[in-house]
Design a protein around this ligand. Structure first.
Ligand code: PFF
Ligand code: NA
Length: 454
């Protein structure tokens, strides 16, 4: 194909897109409860360790690979070794599975942005979410109840994603992130400021940040920290390779990786302040402990949080809308990236035009995501999420660092990266890629397998 590869318009454009991929649902509803469940303040030591020994080193690796070999993940891996193309396709497959359920959670967030205006969830957000909204009284595979209510927001999520991808790297992806990212930071700062100034906020923040050092020797905290960092930075997902394949020839890699990593972690901390400040307030109003209200996962954002918003009086409509809008914006910019990873791969492989690849792929993904809009949606979502998080990502990441670290000249990548970056990486980087990351991922893989076989 003689056609020239697309390019980012500006360095900021690339960084915002990478940050846009990294900051997602994982930062707003996943990070706060994972941190709180894993020792609170004690979690931050493994978490920062994971950021510096795995998150940022792999970001540097993936930025460097994409920039040097100028291809999506399958093409890049096939250029390293003709036998490795499958690894890229595996990562693309993982992306596909994530995309189809990620879109559904964004659809919920879109609906709840509107519900937030009037607190349409009422006094019993749990019944509202599972019953009224998801219509989980019906049988499996039933498109009944308000499930139909998901269809329009789901369509909206896919239309925005389609529009951004269809318009190309510079005219679509970059533009979308130039809007989403600043808006997202402004929103989360507003919520965090209101959150930490509420009565009872201190209890919430204590719960999240008070170190529990007795837990620091528990391996689970370490695997949770590494798992959170991988998911949160979107590494080992084919995404960062695809995004950096659109970098100009002479563009910084190391500095950009540090910026992306720290922006993501910084955003998670802001989200933690916002969420636990408000949960602390609710616990205070209800006269119970924060632990009691700090429930996990899907329930935190769509059940506990609406209940917490109910306790905010005059601020309820504003914060209700802003919180779900932040989920929506964070989610959309990540959803765009997950799909781009796959679309870039198909464009490279079959020499398709962007417009054709985007149209076909998004149509297929959007139709598949309808499975989650049925009565069995939540059930399937749980299974897919578990499988992807415990096996898809861990094995894709493990194989990636072993192949590139041990069966490829890693030094050549280091030299390439150092030649184009503002500042250089030393041998610590090699140690992280060759030793620390494979050991920890290998350990996680084994523990996950054992856990599942039990
Ligand atoms: N990094 C995103 C988050 O923290 O929510 C999640 C994500 C985006 C994972 C894109 C995977 C991905 F390909
Ligand atoms: Na993230």
């Amino acid at each position: 194909m003689a056609q020239q590869r697309e390019q980012w318009g500006t360095r900021t454009g690339f960084v915002l897109a990478a940050v846009g991929s990294a900051i997602g649902l994982g930062n707003i509803w996943r990070f706060p409860y994972v941190a709180a469940e894993n020792g609170g303040g004690a979690f931050f030591i493994p978490y920062l360790f994971a950021l510096l020994t795995a998150g940022i080193p792999i970001l540097i690796l993936e930025f460097g690979l994409g920039q040097k070999y100028r291809g999506s993940a399958p093409l890049t891996f096939s250029k390293l070794n003709s036998k490795w193309e499958w690894l890229g396709w595996w990562q693309v497959l993982v992306c596909f599975f994530i995309a189809v359920y990620y879109a559904v959670i964004i659809a919920w967030a879109i609906s709840f942005t509107f519900f937030g205006l009037t607190q349409a969830w009422g006094d019993n957000p749990s019944d509202f979410f599972f019953g009224t909204y998801l219509g989980l009284t019906g049988g499996p595979f039933e498109l009944g109840g308000l499930q139909a209510g998901i269809l329009i927001p789901l369509l909206l999520a896919w239309v925005v994603t389609f529009a951004a991808l269809y318009s190309g790297v510079k005219g679509g992806i970059e533009k979308a992130n130039k809007f989403f990212m600043p808006a997202l930071f402004i929103i989360i700062i507003i919520i965090a400021i209101r959150g930490i100034t509420l009565t009872g906020a201190a209890d919430g923040l204590n719960y999240l940040f008070q170190p529990d050092f007795s837990k620091i020797w528990d391996y689970k905290i370490w695997t949770a920290a590494y798992g959170q960092i991988f998911f949160s930075l979107s590494v080992c997902f084919a995404i960062m390779i695809a995004y950096s394949s659109y970098l100009p020839k002479k563009s910084d890699v190391v500095n950009n990786a540090f910026i992306t990593g720290f922006m993501d972690v910084g955003f998670s901390l802001l989200a933690g302040l916002a969420v636990f400040g408000i949960l602390g307030h609710m616990a205070h109003v209800q006269g119970v402990g924060v632990a009691e209200v700090g429930k996990a996962g899907v329930g935190l954002a769509f059940v506990t949080f609406p209940a917490a918003i109910n306790t905010l009086g005059a601020f309820a409509p504003v914060l209700g809308v802003l919180f779900f809008l932040s989920l929506t914006f964070a989610g959309l910019s990540s959803l765009i990236s997950i799909n781009e990873a796959a679309i870039a791969a198909f464009m490279d492989k079959f020499s398709l035009s962007r417009k054709k690849a985007v149209s076909i792929y998004i149509a297929v993904a959007a139709i598949c995501s309808l499975v989650f809009a049925t009565g069995a949606g939540l059930y399937i979502l749980d299974i897919v999420d578990h499988f992807i998080n415990n096996f898809g990502i861990v094995f894709a990441g493990l194989i990636q660092v072993i192949l590139v670290g041990w069966f490829f000249n890693l030094k050549s990548i280091q030299e390439h990266v150092n030649a184009i970056s503002d500042f250089s990486v030393g041998s610590w980087w090699i140690v992280c890629i060759k030793f620390i990351t494979p050991i920890i991922l290998g350990y996680m893989a084994i523990m996950n397998l054992i856990g599942d076989l039990k």
